[in-house]
Design a protein around this ligand. Structure first.
Ligand SMILES: Cc1ncc(COP(=O)(O)O)c(C=O)c1O
Length: 454
């Protein structure tokens, strides 16, 4: 059991994505047309998504084959290694065994290419020449720019202003792969101009950037829109991560007791834990813990309601925990976790008690990240640091109780472009922040009144 890296051979890479929809403990509330309040159909999504992705969005097939062209590209970094965090365990003095599934080895540095490559592939198949998207941390914009380079597609990225300013190297990376990247809100779209008129100094938000990208796709020929998280087909593509993890745990004779991951829109963590949900529903004792910042406490403090996925109200209504589509989170460095909503699939599992949400303060997650860097060596993304904090907390609980649990951390990405955030933390500039209830109430007052279909 001294192994540090559990490596799966390429020949063992999963050949199909796992679709959780047939295994859900309750039916998923359908997306609604905001005009009629009725469930939307494929024709409503066709202007902005390729048909194959729309089919995946609603599919009840348990397995969806991964196209050969996508598998071939996955092999550039997959299967990703599962690590045992021996040095962290020793430092903490815990009897727990801590593993982490390391998605930081992809060319873009995170899990995001797992779906970027798949989405680019289906768009290319259907004759699309250009894709517009948003990005928070810059990880998704880089991943889609990479996929655009691999499939010869033009990529336009609306990057949330505070991240654009915090992380110029992410923009440069997108440009190296041929993408173009704008600081959102821009003056190029109605949604952007409206956001600037409301607050010229806005730090931006994923909600605003999504509005800009959707509007761009709807108003340009040959252009579709791609979302890096939240939607069912994105969660689906990410499941390759959890499927590999299961095989890797099997190789060392382990069964997961605790799974921890950070959630922005939910994709990296869904990718890891979805393949374990059926085991939990079938009676296996697994704690599934979803971690978010106290500055954007979607799962821990928001109601479970229908809301728009974007600020300008261009998307269908999704049933999710939501802080309100007009909510602009404070400009914390974990830009990928600054989203007002959450994947409807994850929200359903939270509402059913399958997933436990927890919120963390920024100084605490950076402290955990520094402990990690000084024991395991690698520098995590600030988003990933939320999962690390929860993993350390769980391991310390085991130290108290003497339990020898198997803890698996979703290590979603590296923080090589986040050094300004680490510098701010080490200079004492990052402080605790509790979102005032009035701010949540103000955004929630703008939620659409909708009679839910029975
Ligand atoms: C490294 C990393 N982890 C996590 C996230 C959060 O997104 P999601 O919840 O879709 O995985 C992001 C988003 O940009 C990210 O860059």
């Amino acid at each position: 059991m001294d192994q540090t890296k559990i490596i799966l051979p390429e020949s063992e890479m999963p050949q199909a994505w796992y679709n959780i929809q047939p295994d859900l403990p309750a039916p998923l509330a359908p997306p609604l047309n905001p005009g009629t309040g009725q469930p939307i159909g494929p024709e409503d999504l066709a202007p902005i998504f390729p048909m194959e992705l729309i089919k995946q969005e609603v599919s009840m097939e348990p397995w969806i084959e991964i196209p050969d062209d996508v598998l071939r590209i996955y092999k550039l970094w997959r299967p990703s290694p599962l690590f045992r965090a021996h040095r962290l365990e020793e430092y903490l003095g815990t009897p727990a065994r801590i593993y982490y599934k390391n998605e930081s080895f992809s060319p873009a540095g995170s899990h995001k290419p797992n779906t970027a490559v798949a989405q680019a592939y289906y768009n290319k198949q259907e004759g699309v020449t250009r894709i517009a998207t948003e990005t928070g941390a810059g990880q998704w914009g880089s991943a889609l720019s990479l996929a655009g380079a691999l499939f010869d597609l033009d990529i336009t990225v609306y990057m949330v202003r505070c991240s654009y300013e915090q992380k110029p190297y992410r923009r440069m990376l997108m440009e190296v792969w041929g993408g173009e990247c704008f600081s959102s809100p821009t003056d190029k779209t109605n949604a952007g101009r409206a956001a600037l008129a409301k607050d010229p100094d806005t730090p931006g938000s994923l909600g605003i950037a999504i509005s800009e990208a959707v509007e761009d796709a709807a108003t340009h020929d040959g252009t579709k829109y791609a979302l890096g998280s939240v939607l069912n087909h994105v969660m689906l593509h990410q499941t390759i991560n959890g499927l590999e993890t299961k095989k890797q745990l099997d190789l060392v004779g382990e069964k997961a007791d605790v799974l921890v991951g950070c959630v922005g829109g939910g994709s990296n963590y869904a990718g890891l834990f979805f393949p374990f949900v059926k085991d939990k529903l079938d009676g296996q004792d697994i704690d599934i813990i979803a971690c978010e910042p106290t500055a954007c406490p979607t799962l821990t403090r928001a109601p479970y309601r229908y809301d728009f996925g974007d600020t300008a109200q261009l998307t269908p209504l999704l049933k999710m925990y939501t802080l309100g589509h007009s909510f602009v989170p404070p400009p914390i460095h974990a830009g990928g976790l600054r989203y007002h909503g959450m994947a409807p699939l994850i929200c359903l599992l939270v509402s059913q008690g399958v997933v436990e949400p927890r919120a963390f303060q920024q100084p605490d997650i950076f402290e955990a990240a520094i402990t990690w860097a000084r024991t395991e060596g690698a520098l995590p993304a600030p988003e990933t640091a939320h999962a690390i904090k929860a993993g350390i907390d769980e391991a310390l609980k085991c130290k108290e109780t003497g339990e020898e649990k198997c803890i698996v951390i979703a290590y979603s990405g590296h923080g090589h472009f986040d050094l300004a955030a680490y510098d701010a933390y080490l200079s004492g500039e990052i402080e605790d922040y509790q979102l005032p209830q009035e701010e949540i109430d103000r955004a929630l007052a703008e939620l659409p009144e909708i009679a839910e279909p029975s």
